[in-house]
Design a protein around this ligand. Sequence first.
Ligand code: AMP
Ligand code: MG
Length: 431
Amino acid sequence: MTEIASAPAPRPPARGPLISADDALARLLAAVVPSGRIENVATPEAWGRVLAQDVVSDVHVPPEDNSAMDGYALRIADLVNGAGTLLPVSQRIAAGQVGRPLAAGTAARIFTGAQVPLGADAVVMQEVCEAIASTGADDAFGSVRVNEVPAPGMAIRRQGEDVRRGHVVLKAGHRMDAAAIGLAATVGMARLHVAACPRVALFSTGDELVMPGEPLPPGAIYNSNRFMLGALLRGQGCVVTDLGNVPDRLDATRAALREAAAGNDLIISSGGVSVGEEDHLKPALAAEGRLDLWSIAIKPGKPLAFGAVRRPGGEQGAETWFIGLPGNPVSSHVTFTLFVRPVIARLQGAQAQMPLPIRMRADFAWPRPDRRREFLRVRRNADGGLDLYANQGSGVLTSLAWGDGLADIEPGQAVQPGDMVRYLSLAELAP
Ligand code: AMP
Ligand code: MG
């Protein structure tokens, strides 16, 4: 992420200084260390998990030279008449079978995936061959007219061309997607050492919040962050303990923190990190652990709280990390994506940097940029550009549900249609 170029905003005394998103992320990643808890799981169960050890192959893949085609294995030198040479077929080798060394002056009928017989130096696909049926017991496999002279090695998959024995095929820190699961299996790994799932306690704050399914009294809104953040955490492979909604009271907030600290690696909360009279996280954290309140020079998502809560029950020196996200739902989501996601990756021992943003064409205008770096809700269109959601308010969750990514706009950078902007894919970052 790039630095903020514009002059710092006036500094509200009760909050920390305005810091850049890069600085905030760097501070988080410098503080949080991997949990170090490791599990040994069956390979299919490793999907979405982070490798705790390198995967080293004990085998070559393929283990031996094998055929990439259904056809005939032969020695090119035996095609004495060039294209059109007739060769007797001396054996038939199906996938899973091991043939005999190829007799001189003959071809072997061979099928995709079958081991190439010793002595053969090419496979000619059956589409350019003419099979001539057997005429009796002395030529049980008949013969073949080979209508094309192959290049040496044609249609042969070489031993070890995919993986060499002894090579690292997947490194510790790799998140196991479907292809990685396949690769681990292809080198014969039945079980894998992976980082234990981070244990995350989640709570929302706010007396105005009621649960979906309940009536909506005057002054109330439905609690969306609790559900959205739970889904985001599960999408990052966390085991979530949902502590529900905490009333805007100091004692309740302190009790929630104590409960959340026990047995968890990380606490995530939403709301209550401004410095309004009803925002109790700061004094609660001061009593139960420690806290920094940051103002990050981004929009949406300016306030962020980072700290740690002492674990009860004498877990010596042990603390649980705490990140307090802003209450506005879009701010909550964006700060999760930018800051919590890399912290979770770090807890798992995975690569934690922001992915390289893709440069895409803005098919919109953004004439009045903010002095803070902005993350606009956008969607890719069929012409290879980005459309902008009209209402970019930090409470407008529709913008995120509609969008598939964030346009990362430099402070003070006006955008004209046709300009190239940086695009972060939410499908990739916050599934
Ligand atoms: P706060 O950060 O607590 O001052 O909240 C900022 C705004 O976000 C207020 O309008 C809250 O009503 C709203 N808000 C806070 N928490 C939630 C939540 N869990 N779900 C939906 N909106 C929320
Ligand atoms: Mg609140």
